[in-house]
Unconditional design. Structure first.
Length: 584
RNA sequence: GCGCUUGUAGCUCAGUGGAUAGAGCAACCGCCUUCUAAGCGGUCGGUCGAUGGUUCGAUCCCAUCCAAGCGCGCCA
């Protein structure tokens, strides 16, 4: 089933061609949801922009379009309003027909994409030997949501965890452990991740202060990258330790990833250099192998290089990123590669994309996109820290959200004199708490920073996960109370009359267009906004339209409306990686 | 110095080349004999950072400026 906007767009293009000639068959009708319900449901603004080339007053152009438009199966007679808007109002009969069709459609009327692509989504990417912290929250949550949306559309998605398992930090860590805790390098489970983090901090301190240590550490990286057996064993142990800890978080958050760290590309690093030589881009400067960039200058105004091999012989992240890019295009056959990282890395991506393009490694059919996001800030507007000024561990952050939800819930149970099992309380607290953290992040415009607040994300009112989950729960309440089997409602014809019913179904109809839009602009907050408005519209309907006590055909109509709302919420939330509950 | 991002209601944030710029929170006023009131309705609240320009039309596009944040040769 084509989405409503897709259908209307085609109708407009047919009308444009018949009114002004075949050359207008591809013209964008500039269609959108009406700015105000009093103007109808959809509006096309194309007449205003066509007035000049056609040398006709915009209202006449609009009138010509409206006259040529064949939409009587969907809409009331189109009207021309204002300076030249064509306004459309959907017919209740069409809406009822749509609702009937969608009732038996598990995809809720959202067709899979006609052009499936192989998409790599590179996200999360924590560093080995460090704990996952707030800094990984956004990449993990946003990347997962984007992957889910593209998967739902029918794209072949490869979710890659480009873990930092190969860089300078290993030189430091191995060098430090060799003197401080040698058994960690030879025995599995000799230390846990918490200890490793402490060691890492100390190693980093030594690295910054002690020149001799720095040199030894650098040599250790080169040794590791050249395949030294002892180094590799130590490295493997450290990675295993970290990996287990990461998995705990991923399990909590219900996130699936294929780990393919920086080390994976080690065998391909030399080819990057060879390739750059072939492309005649590689230049040696101050002992380092680099490619000079177009359009970037340093503080002195001189051209800036992208360094692919350091003067000490070690490769760095730019080399790894280039190797990964080649592998993803060449071996993974990616058509679209998305990098979900913080906005601070924008320059790096632009630079290495440029080098890859100039080297001729990116076919025209492949798109590379950096999907940037802003910082998670504390209430003070600065980067989120604990009270003692430490980085906030992701695990602690999630724990806190669950704990606060649990205590809110218990308090509410007490005031409402309800009794629930421990299991119910635990399940609810986890689903709501984790959902709230995810939703709070996803509902912000990705590109800007946001202020992290447990109070706001867990609030029961407003644009929050609990509000949406409650709307879902309300429908489950109806079906429980009425003992409704939604799969056996019979074939009562649906009749939409009440204002809140029509408003609700018109909103339900928009899900397909919203999903399509989000898959293009990669802004999950638009889906959040849609789901929030859906919940509001459902609550208004719920407030004014009794369901179970209504007479037929209202009763069946309202049951279908409720159920379709619930399924839309569940689907939408699932695309955001958020689970629903039957009761809360 | 160069580059990127952000600046919209008291607060947190949406939003769009088009018809009176939206929501939530906060404040205040209403609504439970009825499917969970974790809800609904209403009131209050704005020179869309500033100034120019493009356009029939700019909060949106362009330029300049102001403010905040971030990045800028061997970290990722």
């Amino acid at each position: 089933m084509a989405s409503i906007q897709e259908t209307l767009k085609q109708r407009f293009q047919t009308a444009l061609a018949s009114a002004f000639g075949a050359s207008y068959a591809e013209t964008d009708p500039i269609l959108g949801v009406s700015s105000n319900p009093k103007f109808g449901d959809y509006q096309a603004n194309v007449a205003l922009s066509l007035a000049k080339p056609l040398k006709q007053p915009p209202r006449e152009v609009a009138q010509a379009i409206a006259s040529a438009l064949v939409v009587d199966d969907l809409c009331e007679t189109p009207t021309v309003a204002g300076p030249g808007f064509v306004n459309l109002t959907l017919k209740p009969a069409y809406l009822a027909q749509w609702l009937t069709q969608v009732q038996s459609d598990p995809r809720l009327g959202i067709a899979p994409t006609a052009h499936p692509q192989r998409v790599v989504v590179d996200f999360s990417s924590p560093n080995i030997a460090k704990e996952m912290h707030v800094g990984h929250l956004r990449s993990t949550i946003i990347g997962d949501a984007i992957a889910r949306i593209l998967e739902f559309q029918g794209h072949d998605v490869l979710r890659l965890n480009h873990v930092g398992d190969w860089g300078t930090q290993f030189g430091m860590l191995i060098t430090y452990l060799r003197e401080a805790c040698p058994e960690a390098l030879t025995t599995s489970d000799a230390v846990d991740l918490g200890d490793l983090v402490v060691f890492y901090k100390k190693a980093k301190q030594r690295f910054d202060e002690d020149e001799a240590f720095k040199e030894t550490a650098r040599q250790a990286v080169v040794k590791l990258q050249s395949g030294d057996a002892e180094s590799l064993k130590a490295w493997g142990l450290l990675c295993d330790q970290s990996r287990r800890e990461f998995q705990v978080i991923y399990d909590w958050l219900d996130i699936e990833l294929t780990e393919r760290g920086e080390s994976f590309y080690n065998p391909y690093l030399a080819d990057v250099l060879t390739g750059l030589i072939e492309a005649q881009l590689l230049v040696e400067d101050a002992g380092a192998q680099c490619v000079f960039l177009e359009g970037y200058s340093n503080k002195a105004g001189d051209p800036m290089p992208l360094i692919v091999k350091k003067s000490d012989g070690a490769f760095n992240y730019a080399t790894t990123d280039l190797a990964a890019l080649r592998y993803r295009i060449g071996q993974d056959k990616a058509d679209r590669i998305l990098y979900v990282t913080d906005a601070g890395q924008a320059t790096h991506f632009a630079q290495f994309f440029q080098v890859a393009q100039r080297a001729g490694w990116v076919p025209d059919t492949v798109t590379l996109t950096h999907v940037p996001f802003g910082l998670v800030q504390g209430e003070d507007g600065k980067k989120l820290k604990t009270r003692s000024g430490e980085t906030v561990r992701l695990k602690d952050l999630l724990d806190e959200a669950i704990a606060r939800t649990r205590s809110d819930l218990q308090q509410r149970l007490q005031t409402e004199d309800r009794t629930e099992t421990e299991d119910f309380i635990e399940q609810t607290a986890r689903t709501v708490g984790l959902g709230a953290v995810k939703y709070a992040d996803l509902s912000q415009n990705r590109t800007s920073s946001y202020i992290f607040s447990y109070d706001k994300m867990l609030a029961l009112q407003g644009n929050t996960a609990p509000y949406l989950l409650y709307a879902y729960v309300r429908v489950q309440g109806i079906s429980r109370k009425g003992n409704i089997d939604f799969s056996a409602l019979g074939d009562t014809p649906l009749v939409l009359e009440e204002e809140t019913e029509l408003t609700l179904v018109k909103h339900l109809l928009q899900l397909a267009d919203v999903v399509e839009q989000v898959s293009q602009d990669l802004l999950p907050n638009r889906l959040c906004q849609y789901l929030f408005e859906l919940s509001q519209k459902f609550n208004q309907f719920y407030d004014r339209c009794p369901v179970l006590q209504a007479e037929e055909p209202q009763r069946t109509t309202r049951l279908v409306l409720s159920e379709t709302t619930a399924r839309s919420l569940k689907l939408g939330l699932s695309l955001l990686g958020i689970k629903t509950l039957e009761r809360m």
